[in-house]
Write a new protein. Structure first.
Length: 100
């Protein structure tokens, strides 16, 4: 599994505002697996592709919790597996976002 190294003198932090559609939400969800602290995403649509990607992220060892109708918190600090479940990944094309 490749390693991502962010070089610089400052920790990464900040906010982005996704457009409230799956094309903005899915990459943001996939990016949370690289975070060492919980990430809260707002304006996330509760639709099939999003639910499936969250299921995949959870299968990797992340804790996923819907805080309200359009807000989800993902804690990937305990992700222990780099192997995506094949049956889950076949359900959505966005599973490719978690590939190496």
């Amino acid at each position: 599994m490749p390693t991502y190294i962010v070089e610089g003198g400052h920790s990464l932090s900040g906010r982005i505002r996704p457009a409230g559609n799956k094309n903005a939400a899915l990459p943001a969800i996939a990016a949370t697996v690289m975070a060492s602290e919980p990430v809260t995403l707002q304006n996330i649509p509760k639709i099939g592709d999003v639910e499936t990607l969250l299921e995949i992220v959870a299968s990797l060892g992340a804790e996923v919790h819907w805080d309200d109708e359009n807000t989800v918190t993902i804690d990937a600090s305990s992700v222990s597996s780099g192997s995506v479940d094949r049956a889950l990944s076949e359900r959505i094309r966005a599973s490719l976002l978690l590939a190496g």
